[in-house]
Design a protein. Sequence first.
Length: 312
Amino acid sequence: MRCRKCGESAALELRRHNAAFCVPHFTEFFRKQVREAIHHYRMFTPDETVMVAVSGGKDSLALWDVLIEEGYPTVGLYLDLGIFDYSRESREKCEAFAAARRQRLLIERVDAAIGAPIPEVQKATRRPTCSACGLSKRYLMNRAALTHGFVVVATGHNLDDEAATLFGSVMHWQTDALSRQSPALASTHPKLVRRVKPLYRLSELETAAFAFLRGIDYIVEECPFAAGATSLAHKEALNRLEAASPGVKHNFLFGFLEKARPAFERGQDVQLTECASCGQVTTGEICAFCKLADQVKRRSTPLTRSSGDPSQ
Ligand code: SF4
Ligand SMILES: [Zn+2]
Ligand SMILES: [Zn+2]
């Protein structure tokens, strides 16, 4: 197996691209894909500080690494979900990464914002853990960016994540979700920051290889709640299709973005207003996060008092 660029011995074969690369040319390929994503969707300019939401996993730390190397001003945001040892370890990885590269890392605690750590939120509200967690993350990312004056938040979602989300939305014909599925969501309200996903062109395997080759120390363990998530079942189904037909995941996502997404782009005329309780953007009177926090407050007091924050 020879590198497509230089003909030296290849370290990695990318079947979906029908190509193989040596280490330097693979890392160059990876960076080029990120550059292409930023450029194609005009995600941000070199003057804008990018808030990178980091979880301690390979994708978000690989993204942060690329953006630093590309010369973008960045700041990290770690959301401490209070998920037992997983949160403690992932926070340590983010802190070590930021310290080694002399980058600023902001830390927000979910329990401080919502009244309980994520595992207790599920018990208090009966809402699926990942659903409450996802809602809280989106809300807190936006709030942190607004508080600190940043106009764009970047997340480490990769091609596999995006294809799995699309698959789930199509399975249930969630047309609102389909209208929002994009590598870049513009700010449609002064209190809503731009959200971008510069790794959407790169597969999970490629980000894992990049993180390894760059010597990034990331948390390998998955969140304990990931095992039951339906997105994992969707990823497995797509992986089976990809093994049989390399490139199918790419075609599924890119075909949607290029050909089908415009047909679903109608959610744009939704009237956005400010939550009467917290002032963040919502479509109703009270935002979903405030409703969740209120549920936690009303139902979880005995639970949280007895168990405290397991992440500490
Ligand atoms: S797997 Fe679920 S609970 Fe765990 S971090 Fe992801 S969304 Fe949150
Ligand atoms: Zn090469
Ligand atoms: Zn609110």
